[in-house]
Write a protein that binds this ligand. Structure first.
Ligand code: ACO
Length: 412
């Protein structure tokens, strides 16, 4: 009596929304998804048009700055990003300090956080200067610099995580190659002169990067914004996003799909696997989505890209099992009723496998392009009207009421 109800709030009604099924925390101009119709647009442009006509870096400019670049703007942006692919040589020791079998996502997550320690200009507010402000050229230039560095160095850090696991020496990022060409070079180059990445694979990776560049407020993007809302530097916020992406319900799904297909083994075993999923003993990785209640529009483009890649690499031996699983699930009442369809990760892993990437590197191939989307949302939040409000959700307290401490000898 006389006590305040733990869930009372002076701000009005407090509602519980487990998993944020219906809570919007920000107004955004970046990405539009209609999950019922299977529509995805970046800044208004359909994903299908961008995948066919644009490139990952051009789309990165679009996502971050809001419009397609002119030729000159693009040249400048590409030059800045590629110039910033170089990472300080101290980072080599950092990567060598990991265990020989460290998961590349652990390395990449740590590397983004490490990178923040290199740049004292990353957070002007810590130096008593004004935070990034719309219309303030000097602060926007500082922000742009962090953006170029993070997009450029994402490929280099990822390639370093790859090479350290392969027991290879590190290479200096090349000049004159495209973003994905440079990334392939940094991973594959083992001393041969005139190394040129296979153009079909380079293009396929570029399309996959573009498709993975953004997907509005998914778990990792939300994590970047939640972390960034404390006004921490963007490297730390991106590291937090990378950690969130690592999980098998999110960016780790492409790796989980392949592990699942290997465990199924062959098309004959698909019906038994489907039954195990329905008994909730297994998860059908690469199926289902919080927003899409029909096929993920990206999954059609990934399947087309897979055809191009397989012409170069040969078909993946798991493809038949994957197709049998896809067809069985799409016909099954359990999946139809729950509107479960393939997401972008159902096929992307097959492409990465055919291209020769190790399984545990797949989530890294999701994280590198997603840096673009994380930065687009971070920039939008930092420059929003009225400034940043720290993201501090409330809870519904359901624990015990007030009780008094009992000394250890009196406890039953
Ligand atoms: N296999 C089997 N059943 C599933 C699956 C699945 N992949 N996904 C959802 N369901 C079932 C749930 O058990 C639930 O059934 P119920 O209502 O009888 O309890 C129903 O479908 C609704 O699913 P939710 O879990 O409520 O959906 P939610 O939106 O919370 O989860 C998620 C979405 C995490 C993507 C889920 O579908 C999943 O785990 N998929 C597999 C992992 C995966 O592929 N993740 C990648 C997502 S896309 C991306 O990050 C690129």
């Amino acid at each position: 009596a006389g006590e305040r109800d733990e869930n009372e709030t002076e701000k009005g009604l407090r509602v519980q929304d487990k998993g944020f099924l219906n809570t919007a925390v920000i107004r955004s101009e970046i990405t539009y998804i209609d999950g019922e119709a299977g529509v995805l647009r970046y800044r208004g442009y359909p994903i299908e048009q961008l995948a066919l006509q644009s490139s990952h870096l051009e789309t990165a400019y679009l996502l971050i700055y809001g419009s397609l670049p002119t030729g000159e703007q693009y040249k400048f942006f590409e030059n800045e990003v590629m110039r910033h692919t170089v990472v300080h040589s101290d980072a080599e020791g950092f990567f060598r300090s990991f265990r020989y079998d460290a998961h590349p996502m652990s390395m990449l997550t740590s590397a983004f956080a490490m990178l923040g320690s290199y740049y004292s200009d990353a957070n002007p507010s810590l130096q008593g200067q004004r935070l990034f402000t719309k219309g303030d050229k000097a602060s926007l230039a500082i922000m742009d610099r962090q953006i170029y560095r993070l997009i450029g160095k994402a490929t280099t850090l990822a390639a370093m995580a790859y090479r350290v696991r392969q027991g290879r020496d590190f290479v200096t990022p090349p000049t004159g190659l495209s973003y994905t060409g440079s990334f392939l070079y940094q991973m594959d180059h083992i001393g041969e002169e005139n190394y040129v990445p296979n153009p079909v694979l380079e293009k396929a990776l570029d399309v996959l990067f573009l498709l993975h560049a953004d997907h509005e407020l998914n778990a990792s993007c939300t994590t970047v914004l939640q972390t960034g809302s404390s006004l921490v530097d963007p490297y730390s916020a991106i590291a937090a996003g990378c950690a969130s992406l690592y999980g098998p319900l999110h960016g780790g799904a492409n790796e989980a799909v392949i592990r699942m297909l290997i465990s199924i083994g062959s098309p004959e075993n698909v019906p038994a696997f489907i039954e195990a999923v329905k008994r909730r003993e297994k998860t059908l990785s690469g199926f289902g989505h919080r927003v899409y209640k029909t096929s993920d529009p990206r999954s059609f483009i990934v399947r087309k890209t897979a055809d191009e890649v397989f012409k170069v690499t040969g078909k993946d031996e798991l493809l038949e099992t994957a197709m049998a699983l896809h067809d069985a699930a799409m016909k099954d009442e359990y999946f139809i009723k729950r509107k479960l369809a393939p997401n972008v990760d159902f096929c992307s892993g097959l492409i990465y496998r055919a291209m020769g990437f190790p399984l545990d590197f797949f989530p890294v191939l999701f994280a590198v392009p997603r840096v673009v989307g994380w930065l687009a949302h971070w920039r939008q939040m930092m420059l929003q009207e009225g400034g940043v409000k720290i993201w501090r959700p409330r809870q519904i307290y359901v624990g015990p009421g007030k009780r008094d401490y009992v000394p250890a000898e009196q406890r039953a």
